[in-house]
Every structure is written in C-alpha cells, then in structure tokens.
Design a binder for this molecule. Structure first.
Ligand SMILES: [Zn+2]
Length: 496
C-alpha cells in the first residue's frame, strides 16, 4: 500500500475514535446520564469538536488528501478520499472557534429544550433557538456563499437535495394525501381502538421487544436495546449498534413500533461491509436513505396484515387478558387508522408527511429570515390548522415537540418524508421478485435482509447518494410509488 494510503487510513482511525467517543456521549446523554449533567458534556463536546476540526482541516490533511487522491488504487480508497474531502470542505471555511462553540451551544440547548417542553414554555427555549438559527445561517454562508443557505443545510443531510426538489416532492405528496385524508374522514369507518387503552405490563413489553429483535434478525451479541425519552439508533461500528425505545404503560403499540422502526436503522448499520469499519465510509449513507430502512421495516412490513397476523400468537401469549375478545384484523386496523393529531411521532402513515411539510416550510422560512423565532409558535399552529385541521393545545404538543432544532439539525426533517417515499418505491421493486408478505407471514425476513444487503446495506457510503437510491429502488426516484402506496392502502382500509 502506498505511503499516502497508509497515512489516510491512520487519519481515518483517529477520526473514527472521535466519532466513537461522540456517539457514546450522545447515547449516554439520552439513555444513561443524570438529568442535570449538560455543563460537563458541553465542555467535552466542544473540545472534541475542536480536535476533530483541527485534524480534518489542517494543512497536512489537505496535502495528504491531494496525494491520496492521486495514489488511490481502488474504488474504496477513492471513495474514502471523496468523503473526507467533502467533510473537510464543508467545515474548512467555518472559523474554528465558531465550529467548536456550536457543539457547546447545542449541548446546552438540548436540555434547555427538554425543560421548556416539560413546562410548555417556548419563551424559555427561544433564546437558544435564535442562537442556533443565526449560527446555521452563518455556517451556510461560510460553506458556500453563492448558494441558498437552506439548500446548503439540506445538502448536509441528503447530498444533492434542494428546496426546489423538496417543493416538487411535497406538492406531489400534498396533492395525493390531502384529498385522500378528506375521504377517509368523511367515511369515518369505525376502527375499534378501545382495547389499546389498557394496562400493558412493562416486563411483558420488554419481553415483546426481545422477540421483535429476534424476528428482525438483530444479533444480541452486537446490538443493544436501551430506553430513552426519544427512541433513536446510534452505531459505533458495524459490530456495536445501540437502539432505544420508550415504554408507555398504557399503550404497547408505541414501543412496538419504535422497536420495529429503530430495528430497521440498526439492521442497516450492522450490515455495512465490515471492510468499511474505521473509515469515512462506515455506517449508513444519507439521512433519507437511513430513514427509508426504518420506515420500510416499521410500516411496509411491520404494519402489514401479514406481519400483524404473524405476531398475533406472541401478543396473545404475552397479553392474554388485554387481548381477550380482540382479533388480529382488529389490531391490524387499529395500528393503521388515519386520524390527524398534533404529535408527529404518533402520526399514522397517511398524515405523517403533512407533519413534515409543516416543519419543512417553517425551517426554510427561519433560515431565509422570513420568520422570526418569536413568531414560530403562531406560525406552527396556523399550519397545523391548515394542513391537519387541528390546533395544538399548547406549545409542548406543538412547536416544542421535536428535539431536532435544539440539536442544531435544521434541514433534516425533509429526509423523513423522503425516506418513506424511498421505502415505498423499493418495496414495489422488491415485490416483483420476492413475496415479502409470505416472508412476513412466516416470520422469516432473511430473504428481505439479503435483498436489502445486496441493494444497499453493504455499501455504507462507498457509493454516492443518487446511485444508492437507484440501487435500492430499482430505478430513479419517483414519488408516484409513495402516493400510489398510500392510496392503495387507505382505499382498501377504509373501503373508499
Ligand atoms: Zn428514524
């Protein structure tokens, strides 16, 4: 191996060590750390950011990347250079003090948001959000002063995504979902949900999670299921993937679908080719692609009739009293009922993209300076009335419900809706050769995992985003698959 490639690998191992520490810090923050420990964490986060910045943007690294670009002998080496150049290019023009301070700012903002949400007190969080919006606008201007700042932010989460592409996508979604939802509400077909309101013992819910992990094929030697207020997945490398869920004593479907969702993320991360570990190519590709895998397992498989029927005997064994007199079909309809509500994470598949559309429009307006942070709650409520026909009863169930903006993630939300659309298109293509419902009915998802490994999982970040989307979906991205999927599903469910 050439000297430059050996040095490139050594650099990536150091960056990996930083990522490892930062991922552990964030897992610890969400699942382990005591509630008022953010001061120390903010200092550590800021110092790690400073070290990583220096390592990535130093003159030595720039020279090394040029040498390695010339010396790269295979696709992986070339892709490693490409990804490192992209990462360094993104932050190089941000002043180092500003870059590090941003990590410290979000480490303080997240617990402040948690307290503000508990008290439903937007004013307590607003000063943090004002600083965050100002900071991401400055960063976008540093990264590429010639481009629209919101496009620069979108690109960080989904390379190549622009507001123009988002506008076209959301117009297609809105055009299909809004009339469909109106029909569903007009029909008002009675879906039985009385049995969901019950006591679901936590030890039985935890036992269910273990069964679900096994059904998804997650290896307990390499995956850990923890508990946190907001379920998430964090992978250290392909051999250590952490996911979390949240148990509600009065609603077992909340944790059920969190585990299925986070399990999809975890499957993706743990099936990336181990040869990419400790390099810039490890882990999943874009946020939209990552979300496509969680949505595919949560919704396309997990909310299918075939899977609910497969799970039914297990559920009856764990919850015999709660499910007495209930049928699998009734559960299937209950977990697929479409009802507009204020909370995104509780939304059904049909109303979900409308929640994302609200966030997309508002964060774009914030970044463009067309909306002030202090006017955000009113703008939020107005859009919920317009798109979903409801008014949040306070800011806790309105503008304060999501952690993303507190975490500095502005430009992230559109990838959630895109993920659902990638998943629907991928399933259309996969179903041509594989009877996914038959697999789900048997509780044997190995053939689906093999197919997704072949199309997507093994590549990590080796390939570019557009290439991966096409490989996953079996053709160029087309949101018509997603709108057709929703129309098919809800037309049948509600006999429209
Ligand atoms: Zn997710």
């Amino acid at each position: 191996m050439k000297e430059s490639i050996t040095a490139l690998r050594a650099l990536q191992r150091q960056l990996y060590a930083f990522r490892y520490a930062e991922a552990l810090i964030s897992y610890d923050e969400a699942a382990v750390a005591p509630p008022e420990s953010e001061a120390g964490r903010a200092v550590a986060a800021e110092e790690f950011a400073r070290l990583r910045y220096a390592l990535l943007t130093g003159a030595d690294t720039a020279a090394l990347l040029e040498r390695a670009a010339r010396d790269a002998e295979d696709e992986q080496q070339a892709a490693e250079v490409r990804e490192l150049k992209r990462e360094a290019g993104r932050i190089r023009n941000i002043p180092p003090g500003e870059y590090a301070a941003f990590s410290g700012l979000v480490a303080q903002a997240m617990p402040a948001w948690g307290r503000a949400r508990k008290d439903s007190d937007f004013a307590a969080f607003a000063p943090y959000l004002e600083k965050i919006v100002a900071a991401v606008r400055r960063q976008a201007a540093c990264i590429d002063p010639a481009r629209d700042p919101y496009d620069v932010l979108l690109d960080q989460y989904e390379p190549g995504l622009t507001a123009a592409r988002c506008d076209a996508f959301f117009a297609a979604v809105r055009g299909a979902v809004v009339p469909l939802l109106a029909e569903v509400q007009k029909r008002g077909a009675p879906v039985r949900t009385d049995f969901l309101e019950n006591d679901w013992p936590l030890d039985k819910q935890r036992a269910l999670s273990r069964r679900l992990m096994a059904l998804w094929g997650l290896d307990p030697a390499h995956t850990l299921l923890g508990e946190s207020e907001h379920p998430f997945t964090d992978s250290l490398y392909s051999g250590d993937v952490r996911l979390t869920t949240r148990y509600l004593p009065r609603d077992f479907t909340s944790s059920l679908y969190s585990v299925l969702h986070e399990g999809g993320h975890a499957l993706y991360d743990s099936h990336v080719d181990a040869a990419l570990d400790y390099t810039a190519l490890q882990g999943g590709a874009s946020m939209g692609i990552h979300e496509s895998q969680s949505r595919l397992f949560e919704n396309c498989v997990g909310r299918s009739r075939a899977f609910v029927e497969c799970l039914w005997p297990t559920l009856c064994e764990l919850f015999p009293a709660q499910l007495a007199g209930v049928t699998a079909e009734e559960l299937y309809r209950a977990v697929n009922r479409a009802v507009p509500g204020p909370i995104r994470t509780k939304a059904d598949e049909l109303t979900y993209p409308l929640h994302i559309m609200v966030r997309y429009e508002l964060e774009k307006a914030l970044v463009h300076g067309e909306l002030a942070v202090r006017d955000l709650p009113a703008a939020w409520n107005e859009r919920y009335r317009e798109y979903l026909g409801i008014t949040p009863k306070n800011d806790a169930e309105g503008v304060l419900q999501d952690i993303h903006w507190a975490g500095g993630d502005i430009g992230y939300f559109p990838s959630y809706a895109l993920g659902s659309a990638y998943a629907a298109q991928a399933m259309d293509d996969i179903r041509q050769a594989l009877d996914v419902d038959a697999c789900a009915a048997r509780g044997d998802l190995a053939p689906l995992r093999e197919e997704l490994t072949k199309r997507l999982w093994r590549y990590g970040c080796l390939k570019e985003t557009d290439w991966l989307v096409e490989s996953l979906c079996g053709g160029p991205f087309d949101p018509a698959h997603y709108t057709a999927y929703l129309t098919r599903k809800y037309t049948a469910l509600y006999a429209l």
